[in-house]
Design a protein around this ligand. Sequence first.
Ligand code: 2BA
Length: 108
Amino acid sequence: MKLIIAIVQDQDIPSLIDDLTKKDFRVTKLASTGGFLKSGNTTILMGVEEELVPEALKIIEDNCQTREITTSLLTVSMPGDTYIPYPLEVQVGGATLFILDVEEYIKI
Ligand code: 2BA
């Protein structure tokens, strides 16, 4: 078995969870926050049999879009201790995935 950890944009979650559960994948959804943008995203945990990993990845790929986000994280220092926000454009997503081997899967 593999553990898929997927970090996904919040907007993509409703359709993604629907499609995964329709195909009988089990999913746990966690609220998370990106370190760079400091805004909310969603982390999903999925225990998946190895032969089903490609199917799970395809569903994730089909539901998770890449988006351009404009943020004003950066500030430019001006004379006289003034800081003005400087727009920064970053590309977020589709999804960031970690796929780990599961040593044991126990339900009690
Ligand atoms: P954030 O950390 O909020 O990052 C949002 C987006 O900002 C990233 O999109 C990337 O395009 C950009 N970004 C991140 N760090 C940057 C930096 N030091 N300089 C310039 N741009 C930077 P994604 O790569 O699609 O990542 C989306 C979210 O996935 C991240 O949100 C973070 O929560 C998670 N993530 C991505 N890579 C990760 C990793 N190696 N480990 C843990 N979490 C990760």
